[in-house]
Design a protein around this ligand. Sequence first.
Ligand code: G1P
Length: 297
Amino acid sequence: MKRKVTKAIFPVAGLGTRFLPATKSIPKEIMTLVDRPLIQYAIDEARAAGIKEFIFVTSRGKSALEDYFDCAPELESSLRKSGKDELLEMLRSTNMDSGAIAYLRQHKALGLGHAVWCARRMIGNEPFAVILPDDVIAAEKPCLQQMLEAYQETGGCMVAAMEVPPEKASSYGVLDVKDDMGAMVSVKGMVEKPTAGTAPSNLAVIGRYILTPKVLQNLNRMKGGAGGEIQLTDAIAEEIAAERPVYGYRFRGQRFDCGSKAGFLQATVAFGLGREDLREEFGAYLRDMMSVQKAAE
Ligand code: G1P
C-alpha cells in the first residue's frame, strides 16, 4: 500500500528580525532569491512531492503572503494584452487553487512545536509534512520527494538530516544515531540546540519533516523546552521514547540557511549561477571579482 502524504504545514510566523529593516514591512518569506520569493521554492518542492493541501501558520503582518498566492487579474490581463505569454504562464503557476491553501494564525510566538500544533485540526488523523521555508535546498530531485520515497519503505517519522561542523551543532536539533544505514539512520534520541560540547552527533535536523499525527498528540502535552519554546524536536523525541520509529534521512542536495544573511547571499549566488539567463553575465562578474581580490593579496 502506498503511504500517502498530501498535507504540508509551512510555519511562517517568525518576525524575521535578522533581516530588519527589510522585514519591518515585508514578511521574510517574501524576500526574493533571484526573482522568486523564498516561499515559492518551498511550495514548488511540496508540489513536486505530491502535496495537495498547503497550510500556512502565520502571524500579524504577514498579509503580503496571502496576496502573493492570490490571482492578479489586472496584471494578468495587461500581460495578455501585450502578448507576454511566457510571463503570464509563470505568473499563473504561482496562483494556488481555491481551497488548496489555508492560513491560520499563531497568536503567540511560543516556538516551532506550538506553530505546528496550531494546525492540528486541519491535519486530523493522517501523516503530514512540515517545511521550514528558511531552509532552501537545491537538489536534482527535490528533498521532500526523496524523503517521501524513502518513507514508503519505513513509515514512522522522518526528518531531513545533514552533517554539520561540531561547533555549529548547538544551532540545530541533533540526532542520536542508533543504526547508520547510509542514506538513512534510525534514531534513538534527539536534542534541540545542545549546549556546546554535548551534542550526541554532528548529524543535524534540517527543515523537512514527515510526521505521524501522534506527534500532534505529544504537542498537546508540551511545555517549554530549549529557549523556553515548545519544540517540535521534543515532540518527535517522545515518539522514540514510546518505541515508535524515527529516522533521519541524509538528502542529496545543497542546503542554504536563508534565515541568515550569509546563507541568503550564498543562495543568491548559487541560484543566480544556476539560471541559464544569468549564468554568463553573473559568472563573468564573479570571476572578475575573484581576480581583483587575488591581485590585491
Ligand atoms: C529549527 C528546528 C531545529 C532545526 C532547524 C533547521 O530551528 O527547531 O531542530 O535543526 O530549524 O533549520 P530554528 O532554525 O528555527 O531555530
